[in-house]
Design a protein. Structure first.
Length: 514
């Protein structure tokens, strides 16, 4: 018994001597028992091994490779600082502990504080909406060693609305422009827009912010570049350098939107730091994941997925906003996000699903250029429904090769192919209005010669005139044509009907339009 007590005391002294406080800027990994470990890579605690000698005495030995470590005395333990291992009470406290950006204290910050303070309902709605996404963002920031106040940036960008679209066509809660999104590998096609995807857009936004910080070495300038563009900020910095002026964020010449950008973030940061001082109420966001990823292996209707997960449709769409059609295609959406407690429910319900099929939609590739009404007839749906589900505006035609979402018949057993789903686009062209015209046949005129003259098919000319495609016309016989309005061919037809040859002039640009 005395031996065990001795061993326990020695082990406690040894571990106390090995404990060190982590750097405030670096999150310490934790072992399975919750004890903070060193922040270095591949670090493990040495294991003390009791050894019994021939004379019956006992001592502690270290594993191989630990010979350089020195034990400490009881007196030395009194001077060692003990690190608190208590986790943050909620996610807001966790964000506060990770602040690492310099504070901005200007009149614009106080102006934005006042703006938010007079709108407590807006703050509450905005922060309530963030509950689904904030834990994931904070986790990603800590893994990268980035300031946690950056988790508040979607408040400024989109009020944490992943469906937000700006007037300049920026989309998602991180507000990526189409070109910037493509640069950071956010796919955008007819069936998916990763600028709205929670995981993909967060990854891209943090990649971009890290890139900008690496360029400017200053978080305020990096944020200005995120809003205004790295080229614009770079030129503003260079301009001040040439003039011998300060290159701080507050001293650059920039648009008002960018000048207010960092003050907005600082104001929100101040409110999160001390909500009571600004008449704000922050909803409780517990310090644990809100969602988890669940794989899907078959195409599935969005409404079916929400039903299997027993999640309201709007909540499902809020977690999976990149799927901008009623169909989830396994080829491009291999996983979905579900509230933590509903993931297991989804898997269980999917295994016992008794429905006739998971997907009632599929993709159809237009074989030729078609009017929407003609395309709708081919796939067995109304024109209005085809237009609505594929976002087809009036007065256009659907170009060949377009990928359209259409009802899935019982005869279709396969899911949408990856190549079709991954590159799907709806290509449209202005609808050409045809008007009826008549011309008189000249000597030796035939259906074939008329078709060549007006650049239409012989079968079409024959159909218009109710003759065979090999027929010839009598001199002076009226020929019916349907030609595009205001086209050169229509001008030729009008001139021919009057018995005059059209005058052809070389095309020159009008001086007023140069």
């Amino acid at each position: 018994m005395n031996l065990l007590k001795t061993l326990s005391l020695c082990a406690a002294l040894w571990l106390a001597g090995c404990a060190t406080a982590p750097s405030p800027q670096t999150a310490s990994p934790q072992g399975d028992n919750g004890i903070a470990l060193s922040s270095g890579a591949n670090v493990s605690q040495p294991t003390l091994r009791p050894s019994r000698h021939a004379d019956g005495s006992a001592s502690l030995s270290l594993p191989p490779g630990s010979e350089g470590l020195m034990p400490i005395t009881m007196q030395q333990t009194a001077s060692r600082r003990v690190v608190s291992l208590a986790p943050p009470a909620d996610l807001w406290e966790r964000i506060r502990r990770g602040y690492a950006m310099p504070d901005l204290d200007t009149d614009l910050v106080r102006d934005r504080e006042q703006w938010y303070a007079t709108r407590p309902d807006y703050i509450f709605r905005m922060t309530e909406r963030s509950k689904k996404y904030l834990f994931h963002i904070v986790e990603e920031l800590e893994l990268r060693g980035m300031p946690t106040e950056l988790a508040l940036l979607p408040f400024i960008e989109s009020a944490f609305n992943p469906q937000a679209v700006s007037g300049a066509k920026a989309a998602g809660m991180w507000q990526f422009m189409p070109a910037t999104g493509k640069y950071f590998e956010l796919k955008q096609n007819a069936f998916r827009d990763d600028r709205r995807d929670v995981l993909a857009s967060t990854r891209a936004a943090l990649d971009y912010l890290q890139k900008l910080y690496g360029m400017f070495g200053d978080w305020h300038l990096a944020l200005a570049a995120y809003n205004w563009g790295e080229g614009s900020v770079g030129r503003a910095v260079a301009k001040n350098q040439r003039a011998g002026l300060s290159t701080r964020y507050t001293d650059l010449d920039m648009p008002m939107e960018t000048r207010l950008y960092v003050p907005k973030l600082q104001a929100v940061k101040n409110i999160v730091t001390n909500p009571a001082a600004f008449n704000a109420q922050l909803p409780l966001i517990e310090n644990h994941p809100y969602f988890q990823t669940v794989p899907i292996r078959r195409d599935m209707d969005v409404v079916v997925a929400a039903k299997l997960a027993e999640v309201p449709l709007e909540d499902f769409k809020a977690l999976n906003p990149s799927a901008n059609r009623p169909l989830l295609m396994a080829a491009i959406t291999p996983q979905i996000l579900l509230p933590w407690d509903n993931a297991e429910v989804f898997q269980s319900n999917l295994e016992t699903y008794g429905g006739s099929r998971l997907a009632s939609w599929t993709v159809w590739v237009a074989p030729t250029t078609l009017r929407p009404a003609d395309a709708a007839k081919r796939v067995g749906m109304s024109e209005a429904q085809l237009r609505a589900i594929n976002n087809i505006p009036p007065r256009v035609v659907i170009k060949a090769g377009s990928t359209l979402l259409v009802p899935r018949s019982d005869q279709v057993a396969h899911d949408v192919a990856e190549k079709v789903a991954d590159t799907g686009q709806v290509s449209l062209a202005p609808e050409v209005v045809l008007k009826r015209s008549t011309v008189r046949a000249g000597k030796g005129e035939s259906v074939a010669s008329v078709a060549r003259k007006y650049k239409v098919s012989a079968d079409t000319v024959a159909q218009w005139n109710k003759v065979s495609a090999s027929a010839s016309f009598r001199v002076g016989q009226q020929i019916v044509l349907f030609l595009p309005a205001r086209s050169p061919a229509r001008a030729t037809a009008r001139a021919a009907s009057r018995g005059k040859a059209p005058v052809t002039r070389p095309h020159t640009a009008s001086p007023k339009k140069r």
